[in-house]
Design a protein around this ligand. Structure first.
Ligand code: SF4
Length: 369
């Protein structure tokens, strides 16, 4: 039987008063592990990619070290309140459904409190991972992000993995020594939106980086000891440039040899220049089979020791039984060992009726309703 916590109301009152900043976006793999989300800067310092709607209309800003470390302290205080209630209820500090129910019975409004919900879920999944938001944490001054990381690691010592988004261009600009010091301060994994390795497509989508800079930046990050997770976007070259997009993306990724390569097929987003280009017929989306062919060219050109992942809902190709063609897990297909298996999966997708697959045009139409 659950013990009684006489001062539960006081704990709930303190939880209500504690909050920290949380941004909107994080990679799916950080959601699956219920990462703690901590905002070290706001929005995107570049904000000019023609396919991206994420931070449109939002001004970029750095947060100060004092602001972020105060947020980390508030996370620790929320953690301490929750675990104290657990202990008083006889649960020995464990984070359980019953504990959540007890807290919500006393303070129903906590269910709509993002800071409480984030820390509770993070604790319930082991409190092992954190993700630094928003789009480019490595654009912070090295000494500032190092100070944040040191405070984070000291204060939340259950963390075994800390990750963040960054841009290839930012990695290119950082000195190897700066990258090494940031890595040593406790940042483990970088999520990088490569999108394409083709210079013409990079210029057309206004990515603000060249393929040579992508390679140099990516290699420096790998050499500094980061786990590097790179995202590429099937069909970003559209039907007009799909072969060069695939081949040059394989070339750049092979030169970097990142730990993860993640597929994020293009779905034009309303309000972006690329959406208008497609809607006005200036760019033509590839069909599902054409996208699979592009995938086959890209995969065929990959010479890497990476994990190739399809961990996003947009990888919606079907197999012959109407299920998913590719595994959706966060660890993906091990290369080079599973390259033949992946090529076999692509052949299966190409062999079935094209209407079995979802066309990006359908998704685009749904979004603009
Ligand atoms: S750098 Fe990333 S977040 Fe910024 S505009 Fe480009 S795709 Fe969007």
């Amino acid at each position: 039987m659950m013990a009684n916590c006489k001062d539960l109301g006081e704990h709930v009152e303190r939880l209500r008063a504690l909050s920290f900043e949380i941004g909107t976006y994080r990679p799916p793999s950080e959601g699956g592990s219920a990462s703690l989300l901590l905002r070290v800067s706001e929005n995107c310092p570049w904000n000019r990619c023609t396919f991206c709607e994420m931070y449109k209309g939002q001004r970029f800003g750095y947060r100060t070290v004092a602001e972020v470390t105060a947020d980390i302290d508030r996370v620790a205080a929320i953690r301490d309140e929750i675990t104290a209630v657990s202990s008083k209820l006889g649960m020995e500090g464990e984070i359980t459904r019953e504990l959540g129910a007890a807290l919500l019975t006393e303070g129903r409004d906590l269910v709509g409190n993002p800071s409480f919900v984030t820390v509770f879920n993070w604790l319930a999944s082991g409190a092992r991972t954190a993700f630094l938001q928003d789009a480019d944490s490595m654009s912070m001054r090295p000494r500032e992000i190092i100070a944040v990381l040191k405070h984070l690691r000291q204060t939340l010592d259950s963390l075994s993995r800390v990750t963040s988004y960054t841009r290839s261009k930012t990695l290119f600009k950082r000195k190897p020594e700066e990258l090494r010091l940031i890595r040593e301060a406790g940042l483990d994994r970088l999520h990088v939106g490569l999108e394409t390795g083709d210079d013409e497509v990079l210029a057309l989508v206004n990515k603000g980086v060249s393929s040579a800079e992508q390679i140099e930046g990516g290699r420096k990050a790998v050499a500094a000891g980061f786990q590097v997770s790179m995202y590429w976007m099937p069909d970003l070259g559209a039907r007009e440039r799909r072969r060069q997009h695939a081949q040059n993306t394989a070339r750049v990724l092979s030169a970097i040899n990142p730990h993860y390569i993640r597929s994020r097929p293009l779905v034009p987003r309303p309000g972006t220049p690329l959406f208008e280009q497609v809607a006005q017929g200036r760019l033509h989306l590839s069909s599902p089979h054409e996208r699979l062919e592009e995938l086959a060219w890209m995969i065929g050109g990959l010479e890497v020791n990476s994990k190739v992942c399809f961990d996003h809902a947009m990888n919606a190709w079907a197999d012959r039984r109407g299920g998913l063609l590719f595994r959706r897990d966060y660890e993906g297909y091990r290369f080079p060992e599973e390259k033949p298996l992946l090529r076999e999966r692509i052949r299966e997708g190409l062999a079935i009726e094209e209407s079995m697959h979802v066309h990006a045009r359908q998704l685009m139409a749904v979004q603009s309703l």
